[in-house]
Design a protein around this ligand. Structure first.
Ligand SMILES: Cc1cc2nc3c(=O)[nH]c(=O)nc-3n(C[C@H](O)[C@H](O)[C@H](O)COP(=O)(O)O)c2cc1C
Length: 194
């Protein structure tokens, strides 16, 4: 192979770096539906993360229209109680416009250290999910609003009571807008320890 061009290996490294740095949290989506096969492909990738003791603590819930409607109602009432009618209805309109909905839960464990490691693995799974979607042109937003910590939320999605907690409510779809982001230089956050 000619030395004047990027080798297969360095091209792959470049592509991974571009994927990692180019992924953005998407806040505005188009209304185009994402085929279920593409979601399932990304969910499969989500499972291939580091996972101490291979507990596979993640569970995925893909929400259909009925469950979405119930989550939206629940959230609207939470917002109404804390911020009033106008904020609640604005939130309802925004949530109504979200095209794809999924929830990732993590299994609870009586041992706190184990549960923490399981949560860490679930967060890795969430990032694999985001990258698996992004590589297919699909955006994701990870939400951790108050609603996901309510028993009613777990009941709506059909989670097993006392066995799992929600890591996030994730909206997915084709990006209508891709925000800009910046990060501090890693040198400012790194110490070389002798
Ligand atoms: C655990 C976690 C919870 C998050 N919860 C929210 C949220 O509730 N609302 C929101 O707008 N973004 C949420 N985000 C997304 C962050 O705001 C976003 O990752 C951050 O602004 C950096 O942008 P980027 O993902 O495009 O790099 C969450 C991200 C993580 C990792």
């Amino acid at each position: 192979m000619s030395g004047s061009y990027v080798s297969t290996e360095s091209r792959a490294a470049f592509d991974v770096a571009a994927l990692l740095k180019g992924r953005r949290t998407i806040h505005e989506f188009t209304q185009e539906a994402v085929p279920e096969a593409q979601i399932l492909h990304a969910l499969d990738l989500a499972c291939w993360v580091p996972n101490h003791h291979r507990t596979e603590p993640w569970r995925f819930y893909l929400l259909g229209a009925v469950a979405r409607g119930r989550v939206i109602d629940l959230n609207t009432e939470l917002v109404r109680a804390s911020k009033g009618d106008a904020a609640a209805e604005a939130k309802r309109r925004r949530w109504d416009a979200m095209p794809g909905w999924l929830v990732l839960t993590c299994q609870l464990h009586p041992d706190a250290a184990r549960e923490r490691e399981d949560y860490a693995a679930c967060c890795c799974a969430a990032q694999n999910l985001a990258l698996g979607l992004w590589s297919q042109g699909i955006g994701l937003k990870w939400g951790t609003g108050k609603v996901i910590r309510t028993p009613d939320f777990l009941d709506i999605i059909g989670a097993v009571p006392g066995q799992e907690f929600a890591v996030g409510l994730f909206w997915y779809g084709y990006p209508a807008e891709v925000p800009q982001q910046a990060r501090r230089p890693v040198q400012a956050l790194t110490r070389i320890v002798a």
